[in-house]
Design a protein around this ligand. Structure first.
Ligand code: IMP
Ligand code: MG
Length: 195
């Protein structure tokens, strides 16, 4: 895998598609075992978790449902500290076992916000499944039940995660390498266009 350019920044390969697939399978196995008979509602947090949620759900073998919420807290490569809810929780949560599905837990603002909402709505058991977790950035105490991959505190893109809208379609994960110089060009994978 080679480096890619997104907007003004160069990213280098970090986690391969094969590694991600193995980590997602491990999380699915744990959930299949722990939540058998509970008919959990998976609540995927858009936009970033769409790819993880899709791959995870294909590996869940117990009766379950899925729904979506949409929030935004990141601008460019940093958190704003505020969680904006763009699509709320529309399901009847009372008495349910709910698994929040996140792409990445960074400061934990997003996950804490949704976790609190679900408890207030009467969920009996709220669990968190996240593809990535940055322990150095985490400031909360909400337990993270299913972590697929522990990451360093660097800005990453791919497999659902974006840099200002770009990179979500990549099937592997890239880490920020350096600021691109004005005339620097890279062939981006998949679409083979130069930028
Ligand atoms: P938190 O609320 O600080 O935990 O941040 C959670 C959200 O910020 C994630 O769901 C992502 O959408 C976004 N985010 C955090 N770290 C990164 C990153 O390294 N790359 C891209 N998005 C990120
Ligand atoms: Mg997210």
């Amino acid at each position: 895998m080679s480096k890619i350019k997104l907007h003004d920044k160069i990213f280098k390969p970090k986690i391969s598609a094969a590694e991600i697939s193995k980590a997602v399978s491990d999380v699915a196995s744990s959930i299949n075992k722990d939540l058998k008979g509970k008919k959990p509602l998976f609540l995927a947090v858009l936009n970033g978790s769409f790819m993880f949620a899709s791959d995870l759900m294909k590996k869940i073998k117990i009766d379950c449902e899925i729904s979506f919420v949409k929030v935004a807290s990141y601008e460019a490569t940093g958190t704003t500290g505020k969680v904006k809810q763009l699509i709320g929780i529309n399901e009847d949560i009372k008495g349910r076992t709910v698994v929040i599905v996140e792409d990445i837990v960074d400061t934990g603002n997003t996950i804490e916000n949704i976790w609190n909402q679900l408890h207030a709505l009467g969920a009996v058991d709220v669990r968190i499944a996240t593809l990535l977790y940055k322990p150095e950035a985490y400031t909360k105490t909400v337990p993270l039940n299913y972590v697929a991959i522990v990451a360093s505190n660097d800005f990453i893109v791919g497999y659902g995660l974006d840099y200002n809208g770009l990179g979500r379609n990549l099937d592997s994960i890239f880490v920020l390498d350096y600021e691109a110089t004005e005339n620097e060009t890279y062939i981006n994978q998949k679409n083979q266009t130069t930028c």
